[in-house]
Design a protein around this ligand. Sequence first.
Ligand SMILES: CC(C)(COP(=O)(O)OP(=O)(O)OC[C@H]1O[C@@H](n2cnc3c(N)ncnc32)[C@H](O)[C@@H]1OP(=O)(O)O)[C@@H](O)C(=O)NCCC(=O)NCCS
Length: 243
Amino acid sequence: MKEDKHALLSSSVEASPEELAASILPDDQEIHHPSGGLQIELGLASSLSVADKDDIWKIFANAMQEMYETSSFCWNPTKKKREMFHKLGRFILVRSKKSTKIVAFTSFRFEEEEEYGVVYCYELHVSPAFHRCGLGRKLTQMLFDICKRRGLDKVMLTVFKGTICRNYPAPRHLSFYGSFKANETAILFYQSIGFTLDPSSPGYGASLPVDDGDDDWEDEGRGYVDEECDYMILSRSVALATH
Ligand SMILES: CC(C)(COP(=O)(O)OP(=O)(O)OC[C@H]1O[C@@H](n2cnc3c(N)ncnc32)[C@H](O)[C@@H]1OP(=O)(O)O)[C@@H](O)C(=O)NCCC(=O)NCCS
């Protein structure tokens, strides 16, 4: 990684939550919702209260436990909590002013990925009662804003795509790879806000296998998608951050 990029990344890793909050438009720090006002907070994983960690874990587990159990990642709460509340982890929380409960959050870290300085989104979750109100889009936009203001390159994340089964072609509405046990809602969501397959994703550059009569070795030579791998890495460059 070039020195200037490295310096930008290091200063981001060291930035205080207050400095990062300055990257987010003031208008974004209050959200109106029919259930009452919602407020945005930025913080470090290390400064979350026990009650907030509990809310975060419940929202995550409700949405993801089953998906993890049927994935190559497996369901391991101890390991997952260690990752989620890692000392380098940062959170943007959406909190109900009325109940003071967290209703949505994203967690992220500043990382170097193949010469790029990135905001790696580790988690993005919206409580079911608040789905389709634009909170997911708003939190992702904040990650873009932070990424852009810090001079970094892109926002990245990992999503379950399932594994390809040749007997079950891709649902027509998914332009990503055909999949089994995919997180379809998340894929549709990320597609709608402009994420595309990152070059570091397993199977990048591949297309759905088509039996064109050629020998298999040739298909493999073209780098067809890794059918064994049930996740993919998506990204969006800050150059495309406004939507
Ligand atoms: C994925 C998730 C974060 C989306 O959050 P959200 O706040 O409901 O999404 P938004 O309201 O911002 O939706 C933005 C756009 O995404 C698309 N979208 C969102 N949910 C969708 C769904 N269920 N089906 C189809 N498209 C969807 C739509 O285009 C939507 O725009 P529209 O409502 O104007 O049509 C939310 O469904 C969630 O928390 N899911 C469970 C956890 C999860 O899977 N997280 C991702 C892990 S990688």
